[in-house]
Design a protein around this ligand. Structure first.
Ligand code: PBG
Length: 343
């Protein structure tokens, strides 16, 4: 059909486009597959899980439908299932009981905290699967902050020392990648030094280099039970979501201090940051599709307002398109199953 388009000039579409028709290659499934630029693979997925005390526990998390808190024994089972699906690494987070919480979060250094127990147990069953541990004080402090709070101020250097000791305890338990999420200044270099001094040269660091002070963390705080505890906000240590240049400086600093990989958090609101990091630095970049992103998709999907499965896959693919090497996500198992189905 070469009819003239009604308009001042009465040109045909071919005259308008110069014969360039973008839809040509979109016509068939095979041609769409042929020109597809980004691909999601199970090897891109890191499964984020929640741990709690007890045995045989698998409890729902109110703000994260479909995500459960597992006692260590159940977590091992679930994680092994994820391994069977081909997921290369697991990132455990913990809801520690109030009884272990202290002003300074010292329980992060305990070999018996939930994360360290999980690591030791899991490594017995799956020594070749990566374990990425969050090194931050928030599950262990009475006030819910990632640093040590003193007279209303988060103490940087004291917090670094505690996080460093926590990271060392995680490495001793068998963690493969330490992921400090506290955003204190100097923590990457300090962790690197302490790991090296203790024979853990081969334990890697994935810095939460670009961690924004985001509203999307609420369901996580609900999941680990710090919602009611948190005094004030985290604006004195997380990055202002308005700042991209600052994010680049923070990333550069972390690389200089010895970070092997970078992480951007949250995910979807930060695709520009991911792309910029990837363009500037030649280093693996990961993103954490956080709890609020998960909750949003699940809530809209439960209402029938979006197709949850398609939306999940679309967001994960968007991270790949932006340049991510991998994604930490609560969807990892669901997405891995979907990828199997599609294969
Ligand atoms: C803090 C930490 C946070 C998350 C993981 N570790 C954020 C916070 O509570 O400040 C959030 C992850 C998520 O929302 O899924 N160390």
């Amino acid at each position: 059909m070469k009819s003239k388009i009604q308009g001042i000039k009465n040109r045909t579409v071919d005259e308008i486009t110069g014969g360039r028709r973008m839809r040509r290659m979109r016509r068939f499934d095979w041609s769409r597959r042929l020109i597809r630029e980004s691909h999601l693979d199970v090897n891109d997925l890191v499964w984020t899980i929640f741990l709690c005390e007890g045995t045989d526990i698998c409890e729902p998390i109110e703000m994260m439908p479909g995500v459960e808190r597992f006692s260590v024994d159940v977590a091992i089972e679930k994680a092994l299932h994820a391994v069977e699906l081909g997921i290369p690494a697991i990132a455990p987070f913990s809801r520690e009981p109030a009884s272990i919480k202290m002003e300074n979060g010292a329980y992060i250094t305990s070999p018996n905290n939930l994360i360290n127990r999980f690591i030791r147990e899991f490594k017995k069953f799956a020594p070749n699967i990566g374990l990425i541990t969050d090194a931050a004080l928030d599950p262990y402090t009475t006030h819910g902050h990632d640093g040590i709070l003193h007279n209303g101020i988060i103490l940087n250097d004291e917090s670094v020392e505690m996080v460093v000791q926590g990271a060392l305890a995680q490495a001793k338990a068998g963690a493969d990648i330490i992921a400090p999420s506290d955003m204190m200044d100097g923590r990457i270099g300090a962790i690197r030094d302490r790991l090296d001094a203790n024979g853990f040269q081969d334990v890697a660091i994935m810095s939460y280099a670009v961690k924004f002070s985001s509203s999307f963390y609420r369901p996580y705080r609900n999941a680990i039970g710090t919602t009611g505890l948190l005094q004030g906000d985290k604006n004195t240590y997380y990055i202002d979501p308005a700042n991209a240049d600052e994010a680049m400086r923070e990333a550069e600093q972390d690389i200089l201090e010895g970070s092997d990989m970078l992480m951007v958090k949250p995910g979807l609101p930060c695709l520009d940051i991911i792309q910029r990091l990837k363009n500037i630095f030649s280093i693996p970049v990961f993103t954490y599709q956080v709890s609020g992103e998960y909750a949003m998709l699940k809530a809209a999907s439960a209402k029938g307002w979006i197709d949850g499965e398609r939306a999940m896959m679309e967001t994960l693919l968007a991270f790949k398109r932006a340049g991510c090497d991998g994604i930490l996500t609560y969807f990892a198992v669901e997405a891995a199953k979907k990828l199997r189905e599609m294969a």
